[in-house]
Design a protein around this ligand. Structure first.
Ligand SMILES: C[S@@+](CC[C@H](N)C(=O)[O-])C[C@H]1O[C@@H](n2cnc3c(N)ncnc32)[C@H](O)[C@@H]1O
Length: 487
């Protein structure tokens, strides 16, 4: 029984007897038991925030809490560099900006964006992600990547791409776990795609990278991760990753950070929700009086779903960047071989209104102090599937399945048992089991005896996993039993 507040991630060194090579033979195991501007119309809020009660835990919140409807009008914000910048865009543009443009500026503005200058993860940061919960997450993703590499015919050169690696923790655990499989690790060139110079430095440090003195013909220094002797390169966008080599792509909690457009049904049809600035410099939501360029993407998205389902909705969120990124991934996998694994929170269907802001493990209003809270939105897995399939006939899409099914089928239950057996203290064992439960469990932790407001919430069913693979590779584990596109 756990009698103390959860600390996160006891990293257990990989004892020789605790290698996860046995997981290859247990890939068919079932999931753990029990898991199953002037012209614009101001938008009036008036929605109660009934989900705030579940979103108040003060430690280690993940960002998948149920859609958290924002308040739509807020008091004056401080004049930070980002606030001034947003004000000036709206002023010089002569009118409001889309929610997507607001989100993009807030998260990734090169000078003052949320992700640019800080480490936002962990109990000291704003939220916690699965790789930060337990080393087992990165290890299991490593098992998935190695199995795909096997299915690809063990190519001697592979680009292993991670989109939005955060602190680099997933890749660290993947490489540590895979370090005994020399043929695999020696084939790898790691490509990390991230917009944040601060996080890039952290990734460099955590992956134990050394920059070699030798400067290549392209004028670049080679960087090697000492964890497995693999070369590492950084890029600002996926399209910059060199092509022509079989590729394995991992996107964990990356898609949810891509900017979404929000639409609201009005008597004149679907109107885009925009961000405007009031006379006192505070931001507010308004509705566009006429169709906007994003209406093209709305029409495309609606074609992929039943009319009756759309008719029931008063709000729709769409993510054109997710559609475009998926098209690029699909084309790359089609031409170079390989596959992609996308794990995120979201739904296998149209998303209505999910944009949320999180600061210090609490939900806060979206327009408050932009740049000081994380913004994220549910991932629309149905749109990802259609985007991938329309981009290339050479790829198949599998899932989404729940994170619990994904990790369970890859053998996380065997892994946790092995690690627990090698624990030196009861506390280590309890923390490992709590991390395991957090990754695969559902709802509030039944074993929790600490303060109610700190009860850990399971991520097992709220996070979903989807794979896009080149048809030549066959069916990727553990999606074997699901037909392409099936939940
Ligand atoms: C929510 S974090 C996920 C981190 C990590 N995958 C994890 O699970 O711990 C999002 C990551 O994506 C990066 N990111 C967000 N938007 C991006 C963009 N448009 N282009 C490149 N990187 C981006 C951030 O810097 C951060 O590393």
């Amino acid at each position: 029984m756990l009698r103390r507040a959860l600390k996160l991630r006891p990293l257990l060194s990989l004892h020789p007897s605790s290698s996860f090579s046995h997981l290859f033979s247990s890939s068919s195991s079932s999931p753990p038991p029990g898991i199953s501007s002037g012209n614009f119309i101001q938008l009036v809020a008036g929605k109660s925030d009934e989900n705030l009660s579940i979103s108040n835990p003060t430690i280690s919140i993940d960002r998948s809490g149920l859609c958290n409807p924002p308040e739509h009008c807020h008091g004056p914000t401080s004049d930070s560099e980002l606030v001034k910048h947003l004000n000036s865009i709206i002023k010089f543009r002569g009118g409001p900006i889309s929610v997507a443009e607001y989100m993009e500026e807030v998260l990734t503005n090169p000078k003052a964006g949320y992700y640019i200058n800080r480490d936002v993860f962990g109990t000291e940061g704003d939220f916690v992600t699965s790789p930060e919960v337990s080393q087992m997450f990165g290890e299991m993703v490593g098992v998935w990547a190695m199995c795909l590499w096997e299915q690809m015919g063990r190519p001697i050169k592979v680009n292993l791409v991670e989109l939005g690696p955060g602190r680099g923790t997933l890749m660290v655990d993947l490489l540590r776990g895979a370090s005994k499989f020399k043929n695999f690790t020696e084939s790898l060139h790691i490509h990390l795609v991230d917009c944040s110079p601060t996080l890039k430095e952290l990734q460099h440090r955590n992956l134990k990278c050394v920059d070699e003195e030798y400067i290549s013909s392209s004028g670049e220094k080679k960087t090697i991760s000492q964890l497995a002797g693999t070369p590492v390169s950084w890029h600002a966008a996926f399209e910059q990753v060199p092509s022509g080599v079989p590729t394995i792509i991992i996107a964990h909690e990356f898609y949810d950070a891509l900017p979404v457009h929000q639409f609201q049904r009005a008597s004149r049809g679907w109107c885009e929700k925009m961000v405007d600035v009031k006379k006192d410099s505070a931001f507010r939501f308004v509705l566009s009086p006429a169709p906007t360029p994003a209406n093209v993407f709305l029409a495309k998205r609606c074609k992929w779903t039943m009319k009756e389902e759309v008719d029931k909705l008063n709000q729709i969120e769409i993510c054109p960047q997710a559609m475009e990124l998926t098209e690029s991934i699909s084309k790359r996998i089609s031409s170079d071989g390989g596959g992609a694994l996308i794990i995120d929170y979201g739904r296998n269907g149209v998303v209505s209104d999910s944009l949320q802001a999180i600061r210090k493990h609490k939900f806060v209003p979206i327009l408050d102090e932009p740049g000081t809270a994380d913004l994220s939105a549910y991932v629309d897995f149905e749109a990802i599937r259609h985007s991938a399939e329309e981009a290339s006939e050479d790829v198949s899409v599998y899932g989404p399945i729940t994170q619990s099914q994904f990790l369970g089928s890859l053998g996380i239950n065997f892994r946790v048992e092995t690690l627990v057996q090698n624990c030196e203290t009861d506390e280590q064992a309890e923390l490992l089991q709590a991390g395991y439960w957090r990754l695969v469990g559902e709802g509030e932790a039944p074993f929790w005896e600490g303060p109610e407001e700190k009860v850990p919430i399971g991520m097992g069913t709220r996070y979903l996993a989807m794979a896009i693979v080149n048809k030549n590779q066959g069916i990727p584990i553990p999606f074997s039993e699901a037909k392409p596109g099936q939940t």
